[in-house]
Design a protein around this ligand. Structure first.
Ligand code: GDP
Ligand code: MG
Length: 598
């Protein structure tokens, strides 16, 4: 009878369509948090989430709801991020649920991640409840949204709930619809324990805290549990739910979403996606788990202070518990010493990892320019994986270099198709098709090199469409293209951490840009610094930094005042992050210069 009163659902949507705000209203209406404790986007509790105003991590919370049928229900709701880099968080959240609220901004309509997240929910056979948000805005067009949900997603939207996360309008109806439309969980309470680990984090006091969905059976403190994929056994020390602060419980039963601690100390003992069972009475089969998704971009990460290598390693291991998509392995750079090559799902993910290491683990880091991974087909026919541009062998040693390609889908209002196509063409895109989605918008498809998409493509796309375009992409394979490695030399010394790979047609221009960027970013020293760009032994660009005079001013050339402020802010922090490369002091920014070129 307990299960009949449980509803597990995720809130999914394109970024900024109002998931976290709707979660706020649900917490408020169910008296989960008092008025005094209430603040905007309450579930975005990580400092970085609050600074950036975006959700980075999934966040689950239990609320109690007294429904119109007179019964009390328990909701486990999971708020999820909307940015494409964090869709891994979304898919893990969905696996813990029977339903999903698909939120669509009434002024924006269906966007790329609306579609992507719907497909994820459909993969998990979830009941999808369309919710049209921001109906308080004058430009809201709920009927257009319903049209789009029906035409583009193929869901019946006649009964879509219309709400305003801002004013709370429609939220009471939404709660009733959750009771009626989201199926109750159905796992067998008497079966052996079977629970999915859908998230985890490291806590200094309690060790590893696992977020779990109990599929079958019961778990309580004192139970011996086994992690099925590693075979490791533990004794449960605490179970509970987050509401949104941890609340201890006597037990968690089939259908529940909660947390569990068991004196687990290390990352190697468990992984997100693993199944927990009873040590004495194990279940036969583990749950399917998750597909580990490969990183899209790689970057080198080095402690500013070489003594901090072990601290960085420990920090990365702890962070990885809370960020299952982060990958890292040791690497050595001639210029930077001992560090790690890290794999990320995108540039935002990379940025978030760096900031979390600095904020939560007090690390000072130097990150090298991000790069996609290339395949070098060597003369003997073998394939060498190149996730660090400096590792690309000399031209004579390989037959060809291949780079990852994606199929990019861009949803854009009819009026902006021209600029979008022009942009894709400029980024080495290859046109596939263009489909009219409805009377408002088209879906433009291109094959494109991942390297062109990863960097500033999204920003350029936004600015050439007044923010109206949305983008989704997936890797389709590797293609041989005419790529060359460009080395940067400081006073004739090649600096491995500054090497980058570019298409031959752009190599000259990019070397020149990189050289002048470095000239701007590297402060004057008390000797002359000679900067050179080279392909193999051939020097293709050069500049000189004159020796130090009294007034050291760092020039920043950028028009947009917002960006300028951000850059200044970053530089202030970056300034203390200088690394002596040979005799030259090089700031963090210089290693990222590749990102600032077009
Ligand atoms: P998320 O990225 O989907 O979690 O979106 P957020 O909940 O963070 O909301 C994004 C922005 O939209 C914030 O500035 C909210 O204040 C705003 N917002 C959310 N819901 C509403 C709404 O119903 N009406 C209006 N006017 N603004 C909203
Ligand atoms: Mg959010």
């Amino acid at each position: 009878d307990y299960q009949k009163h449980v509803r597990n659902f995720s809130i999914v949507a394109h970024i900024d369509h109002g998931k976290s705000t709707i979660a706020d209203r649900i917490l408020e209406l169910t008296d989960t948090v008092s008025e005094r404790q209430m603040k905007n986007q309450l579930l975005d509790d990580m400092p970085l989430e609050r600074q950036r105003g975006i959700t980075i991590k999934l966040n689950s919370v239990q609320v109690k709801y007294h429904a119109q049928d007179g019964e009390d229900y328990i909701f486990h709701l999971i708020d999820t991020p909307g940015h494409v880099d964090f869709s891994y968080e979304v898919s893990r959240s969905l696996a813990a649920c029977e339903g999903a609220l698909l939120v669509v901004d009434a002024t924006q309509g269906v966007q790329a991640q609306t579609l992507a997240n719907t497909y994820l929910a459909l993969d998990d056979d979830l009941e999808i409840l369309p919710v049209i948000n921001k109906i308080d805005l004058p430009s809201a067009d709920p009927d257009m949204c319903k049209d789009e949900i029906e035409e583009m997603i193929g869901l019946d939207a006649t009964d879509a709930v219309e709400v305003s996360g801002k004013t709370g309008q429609g939220i009471p109806e939404l709660l009733e619809r959750i009771v009626k439309d989201v199926p109750a969980p159905s796992g067998d309470l008497t079966a052996p324990l079977k629970a999915l680990i859908f998230d985890s984090k490291y806590d200094d006091y309690r060790g590893v805290v696992l977020a779990v969905r109990i599929e079958e059976g019961i778990v309580k403190p004192g139970d011996r549990i086994k992690i099925m994929n590693t075979g490791k056994e533990f004794e449960v020390t605490e179970v509970g739910v987050s509401s949104p602060h941890p609340v201890k419980k006597d037990m968690l039963v089939a259908g529940d979403v909660g947390y569990l601690t068991a004196n687990i100390k290390s990352v190697r003992e468990t992984r997100v996606g693993d199944t927990i069972t009873s040590a004495q009475k194990p279940t036969a089969e583990p749950l399917p788990g998750y597909r580990q998704i490969p990183p899209m971009v790689y970057s080198g990460m080095y402690p500013v202070d070489n003594q901090k290598y072990d601290d960085l390693k420990e920090a990365l291991q702890k962070l990885q518990l809370n960020d299952a998509a982060l990958e890292f392995e040791p690497e050595t750079s001639q210029a930077l010493g001992f560090g790690f090559r890290c794999g990320f799902l995108g540039l935002l993910h990379m940025d978030v990892v760096q900031e979390r290491l600095e904020q939560e683990f007090d690390m000072d880091l130097i990150m090298t320019a991000p790069s996609v991974d290339y395949h070098a087909i060597m003369n003997d026919g073998s394939t060498k994986l190149i996730d660090n541009p400096a590792d690309l062998p000399d031209a004579g040693e390989y037959r060809e270099v291949q780079e990852p390609y994606v199929k990019a889908e861009i949803m854009v209002p009819n009026d902006y198709v021209g600029p979008v196509m022009e942009l894709c063409q400029r980024k080495r895109g290859e046109f596939i098709t263009m489909d009219y989605l409805d009377k408002y918008r088209v879906n433009v498809k291109y094959n494109m090199p991942l390297a062109e998409i990863i960097f500033d493509f999204f920003d350029e796309l936004k600015s050439s469409t007044k923010g109206y375009a949305s983008l989704d992409y997936e890797i389709t394979g590797y293609r041989a293209t005419d790529l060359v490695k460009i080395d940067m030399l400081l006073n004739k010394e090649p600096i491995d951490a500054l090497s980058f790979i570019a298409h031959r047609s752009e190599a000259q221009e990019r070397a020149r840009q990189m050289t002048s960027m470095l000239k701007k970013l590297i402060p004057r020293q008390n000797f002359e610094v000679d900067i050179q760009g080279a392909i193999g032994a051939k020097i293709i660009s050069r500049a000189t930094i004159k020796p130090y005079r009294k007034d050291v001013t760092w020039k920043i050339h950028t028009g947009d005042p917002d960006r300028r402020a951000k850059l200044l802010e970053k530089q202030k922090r970056g300034k203390k992050r200088m690394k002596a490369v040979g005799k030259v002091e090089v700031p963090q920014d210089a290693f990222m210069a590749v990102l600032k070129m077009n």
